[in-house]
Design a protein around this ligand. Sequence first.
Ligand code: SF4
Length: 219
Amino acid sequence: MVGLNMRVSEIFYSIQGEGPFIGRPAVFIRLQGCNLRCTKNSVGWDCDTQYAWDSSGGMEISIDRVVDIVRQYQCRHIVITGGEPMIQQREVIELIKRLDGYAIEIETNGTIPLDPDFPVEKVRLNVSPKPHAPIRPEYIRYASCLKFVVASEKDLVFVDSFVKIYGVEPSRIWLMPASRNVDEHNRNIRLCWEYAKLRGYNVTPRLHILVYGESREGV
Ligand code: SF4
C-alpha cells in the first residue's frame, strides 16, 4: 500500500528494558496516541509515556520513511510500542509486512479488537491488561507475555482474578513495578518479587529506569 502514513512519537535505538526479551538491543518505534488514560485516579499509578497520549501529537510520517529509519540501525529486533500502537492497526500490519525478517515485539494494552488479518504468527504480543479497561479475549490467546503493572496489593488482586477468570498459566504472567523513578521502582519491585514467588509468576524490572534514574524519552 503506497503512501500510508503513521503517527509516530519517536524512533530510537536502545535496549529492551522489560519483559521476556529484557537486555536485548532493539529499535523502538513509539506510535502516537492512546485510547486509555492510566493515572493515579484511574489505576493507582501514572503512565510514564503521557507525551504519547495525544493522537494529534508527534509527527505524521510515511511507513516508507519509518522503514528507512529502522534500516539505518544494525539491529534486527524491533519493539513497536506507544501510547497504544493498535489504534493504528492497519498501518502496523503494513509495517510488519515491510519489516519481514525482523524479530518484532508489540507492546499493547489489548483493548482494540484484533483484525482477522493481523499476522499474529509474525510478532510477539506483549499484552499489558489494565483494570479500568476490558481486554479483548483474542489477546489472551495470542499473547507471548501478559505483563501487569504493580503499585499496590490491589494490583496483585487484579492479577489473581485475571488468572482465575481466564484460566491463564502463571508462567505466562509477568509482574512489573510501576515506576517513574528508582525509588518507586525498588519499592514496587519488592512487592512483585515476593508475590511472584508465592504464585509462580515472573518478575521483570524496568532496566531503563534503573540505568537512567527516571522515565524519559528516547531510552
Ligand atoms: S495504556 Fe499504556 S500508554 Fe496508554 S495510558 Fe495506559 S500505560 Fe500509558
